[in-house]
Design a protein around this ligand. Structure first.
Ligand code: 2RA
Length: 340
């Protein structure tokens, strides 16, 4: 069985990575429909040795689509998500538009893949892909929460410029080459700097990015008692977000058991040999689909707490790979329109 798959935002960094991941994973695609705004018309996308012209989205196009991967920003998702769903496509949306909607599952396959389906095994018509900084964190938190019950998480992020798409990447390249832009894409200079500001500030003086980590984590782990205390920071790194995470459990733990649990967690690779200077770094996670964890050590002062360091490619596990993994969960249970 093969499926008609549309990618909305096909010319953006995440959209391109979605297409690349579909190809790498030999996803059963009968037809790829790259969609984007009118300014991308004329461009072509190559997939499995063929060229596909970029089109603008329309209700008619979605009528023949089985699975639609969206990554074109919140307002585009708000507009086209319901239209695509009403025309029978299943939408996997990478924007923040639907993430906190109670009716819409927010899914990381290793953590809560079952949330895609209702009690009758029917998939949701819109499925939200979480924010990149949340995805890599919950992959690590989930098995530890199951074993020791998490009370509180203090997290500081070191987020790559690719989190802000092509513009974010180009801004760093231009600044490094000595150009002084009129308006800084990252609010302040990002080359040779560190900016504790991602997305807009909210009334509580946290940023929207920080509150995504607070709220999405609770929804994905299905536990409103987990207290996440975040600081999100942009760093001049090309690809891969890093996070320093302090986790306080309700129960005592053995550090070796924690390492064993994480080593046996699907999608996680433990890189933790401090004596040999081995720990995860963005430069090595770039282009990889896994979440890397290291620097796993007990909190010096608190016997129920530990510190660790986690890194993942934000365009892949933090966005495109997670979306394609959701699509992979779906296909076992779908009847493709092209065949039905
Ligand atoms: C960022 N979290 O890194 C965003 C991307 N979704 O800016």
């Amino acid at each position: 069985q093969k499926y008609t798959v549309a990618v909305l935002g096909a010319t953006g960094l995440v959209g391109r990575t979605m297409i690349q991941v579909l190809e790498e994973r030999n996803f059963p695609v009968s037809e790829l429909i790259p969609l984007a705004s009118p300014k991308s018309i004329g461009q072509k996308v190559s997939f499995q040795g063929k060229e596909f012209p970029v089109q603008v989205p329309s209700a008619e196009i979605f009528q023949k689509v089985d699975i639609a991967l969206f990554s074109a920003g919140g307002s585009v998702s708000q507009e086209w998500g319901p239209i695509a769903a009403a025309n029978g496509a299943i939408v996997i949306d990478n924007s923040s538009a639907f993430r906190m909607d109670e009716q819409i599952p927010l899914v990381v396959p290793e953590v809560n893949g079952e949330a895609i389906f209702d009690e009758n095994g029917k998939p949701a018509s819109i499925i939200a892909n979480p924010n990149c900084s949340t995805i890599q964190m919950v992959v690590v938190l989930k098995p530890l929460h199951d074993r020791y019950k998490i009370h509180r998480v203090v997290v500081s992020t070191y987020q790559s410029v690719t989190g802000k798409g092509k513009k974010g990447l180009e801004a760093l390249e231009e600044e490094i080459s000595g150009k002084k832009p009129e308006n800084y894409t990252h609010v302040h200079p990002i080359a040779f700097n560190v900016v504790p500001h991602i997305d807009v500030f909210l009334d509580n003086d946290y940023t929207k990015e920080e509150m995504k980590m607070v709220n999405e984590t609770r929804k994905i782990l299905n536990d409103q008692n987990i207290k996440v205390s975040p600081t999100t920071v942009r760093v001049p790194v090309y690809g891969g977000h890093a996070e320093a995470i302090n986790i306080e459990f309700e129960n005592e733990f053995e550090i070796q058991e924690v390492k064993d649990i994480l080593s046996n967690t699907p999608g996680v690779i433990v890189k933790d040999k401090p004596g040999e200077n081995v720990y995860p770094m963005p430069i090595e996670s770039y282009g990889r689909d896994e979440v890397f964890v290291g620097r796993i050590r007990p909190d010096y002062w608190h016997k129920h707490s530990l510190n660790l360091w986690c890194v993942a490619d934000n365009l892949r596990k933090g966005a495109a790979t997670n979306a394609v993994q959701i699509a992979q969960l779906l296909v076992d249970k779908l009847t493709p329109k092209a065949i039905a």
